[in-house]
Structures are given as structure tokens and as C-alpha cells.
Design a binder for this molecule. Structure first.
Ligand code: APR
Length: 281
């Protein structure tokens, strides 16, 4: 960071500087962007990690390529593959939010969360206490499901029963019989309207936190570039991704996101509150 940059920028690229930015009251509209990397500590595999990622472990499903499991045209031909996976991924009581999810809920509790954009379909942000009106589930979620032909909604309890058995639910509307799919965004489908209506919130950010994503999938991957040049951006990720490192105020905390978040909480003096909230979930 060159000496003559305006005071708003971070005095140095460190978590202490990020904490100072927040404690100074200059970061009041924090926008957070998350991906599967914040849920791996909860026991949910991410997609692209070499050994443990979902795409490296779908061999048993005999797919043309891993992403086919989330491809709409493949689903029409072979819905069983998705439903075998859905049984693993379906949010239920078995997965607890991580410290990273709870940190985002603390930001909301302190009135500092402008918006959370998540690519995850595990609903752990909601479970951690992030208010629904502060979450954009850019790739949908398992919360609702409908027929891909007539779009009729399908009953939640019936869906849970089918998913638990790894069976394929079909539409019960008169004369339809179409395939039922959760409202998660498959490759080839448009993102929810809320994403396009609310993506401008990223431009209003005065601090951006990106956590646990490879930033491989657009249009979500474009969000971190929407803020002004002088808005500090912090990456909590095992590896450097996207355009991080190209802007003056980029801070990269490379490593386990929970560890990085705990360090930031220490710098903020929020660590006890963070651990207590997480334990009491
Ligand atoms: N701490 C920090 N980073 C982690 C951790 C962890 N504990 N675990 C994994 N990561 C990092 C990985 O190194 C990787 O950079 O999180 C990132 C996860 O990337 P992906 O597996 O590609 O997941 P994501 O970015 O959410 O994928 C985006 O792709 O398949 C589609 O729709 C699906 O929403 C998904 C989208």
C-alpha cells in the first residue's frame, strides 16, 4: 500500500488492520461471500478440493463428468444419480454450523452485515442465526422443491421421505408425473431473481469478506470485483483465488477459514462471544 493512499485504506495488509477498520466504525456495510469451504469443517465435502471434494468422489455414480450430477439435461435422463447424492447433502440436524458461519451471524447481530451472498445449499447460515433478509442463496437451497415440467410445488414432508430413501419423487399434479427437483440451481438454470435484484448490494460494501470458495463459477465469482477499488477485501481460503492480490487493500488469510476467523475475532475482542455462541447453537 503506497504511503499517499487516502486514510480509508488499511495501514497494512493484516487482520489487525481489518479489525481496526471494523472497530473504527468505518466498516458498517460488510458484504460477505461464501462457498463450500466454510462447511467442510461441518463435515460437508466441498466440490473441487483434490482428494476430499465431491467431484473427486462421485465415481460410484458413473457420471460422464462430475458436474453432470448438477446438470439439468443429465438429470432428466438419470435423476437417480442426483438423488443418491441428495441423501448425503440434504440439510438435516446432522450438520452443525461452523465457527465461520457463527461469525457471520455475529456481524448481523452487531448491525454490521450488509448482505451475505452464499453459494451453499446446506442452509447452515440460517441455522447459525443469520437473518433470512440478510442472506442471498445464489445457488438456491434444498428448502423448497418443484416439478421441473409443470413447476408445481412438491410437499416438504413427502420430499424428505423420498430423499431419505434415495428415491426419485415425481409430480402428483393431474396427468403430469414430471421429475421433482429441489430449488437448487443446476448448471444450465438461471440463478434466483433475488441474486440479480440484490447483487448491487455488493457495490455498497465498505468491507468485503470472501470465505471458502474457489470463485470458479460465474456470475457469483464476479461479486468480489463489484466493490470500489478502495474497499478492503479479505480472503479466508486455503488457496489464493479470483482477483485477490491485485487490489491495494486485498488481505489474504490463506489457511483454514475457521482458524483465520478466530484470529480476526481475537483482534476484534469478540473471541469469547464467538465461541460461546457457537457452543450454544
Ligand atoms: N478453510 C478454507 N478454505 C477451504 C476449506 C477450509 N476448511 N475447505 C475448502 N476450502 C477452499 C478450497 O481450497 C476451495 O478453494 O474452499 C474452496 C471450495 O471451492 P469449491 O469446492 O469449488 O466450492 P465453491 O467455490 O463453493 O463451488 C462453487 O460450484 O459446483 C458448483 O454450484 C456449485 O456452489 C457450487 C459452486
Amino acid at each position: 500500500v503506497s504511503e499517499d493512499t487516502p486514510p480509508l485504506t488499511l495501514p497494512e495488509r493484516s487482520l489487525a488492520a481489518v479489525a481496526g477498520h471494523i472497530k473504527s466504525g468505518r466498516a458498517r456495510r460488510i458484504v460477505v461471500m461464501t462457498g463450500a469451504g466454510i462447511s467442510t469443517a461441518a463435515g460437508i465435502p466441498d466440490f473441487r478440493s483434490p482428494e476430499t471434494g465431491l467431484y473427486a468422489n462421485l465415481a460410484a455414480l458413473d457420471l460422464p463428468e462430475p458436474e453432470a450430477v448438477f446438470d439439468l439435461s443429465f438429470f432428466r435422463e438419470n435423476p437417480k444419480a442426483f438423488y443418491v447424492l441428495a441423501r448425503e447433502l440434504y440439510p438435516g440436524a446432522r450438520y452443525r454450523p461452523t465457527v465461520s458461519h457463527v461469525f457471520i451471524a455475529l456481524l448481523a447481530r452487531k448491525g454490521l452485515l450488509h448482505m451475505l451472498f452464499t453459494q451453499n445449499i446446506d442452509c447452515l447460515e440460517r441455522a447459525a442465526g443469520v437473518p433470512a433478509d440478510r442472506i442471498v442463496e445464489a445457488h438456491g437451497s434444498f428448502a423448497t422443491q418443484r416439478c421441473i415440467e409443470c413447476k408445481a410445488e412438491f410437499d416438504d414432508a413427502k420430499m424428505r421421505a423420498f430423499v431419505a430413501k434415495g428415491e426419485v419423487p415425481r409430480c402428483e399434479a393431474e396427468g403430469c408425473g414430471g421429475l421433482v427437483k429441489p430449488d437448487i440451481v443446476f448448471f444450465g438454470e438461471a440463478l434466483p431473481r433475488a441474486f440479480f435484484e440484490l447483487s448491487d448490494r455488493a457495490k455498497e460494501a465498505d468491507l468485503i469478506l470472501v470465505m471458502g470458495t474457489s470463485l470458479q463459477v460465474h456470475p457469483f465469482a464476479g461479486l468480489p470485483n463489484m466493490a470500489d477499488e478502495d474497499v478492503p477485501r479479505v480472503l479466508f481460503n486455503l488457496e489464493r483465488v479470483g482477483s485477490f492480490g491485485t487490489q491495494a487493500d486485498d488481505v489474504m488469510v490463506l489457511g483454514d477459514c475457521d482458524a483465520g476467523i478466530r484470529k480476526l475475532a481475537d483482534e476484534l475482542g469478540w473471541r469469547d462471544e464467538l465461541e460461546k455462541t457457537w457452543r450454544e447453537l
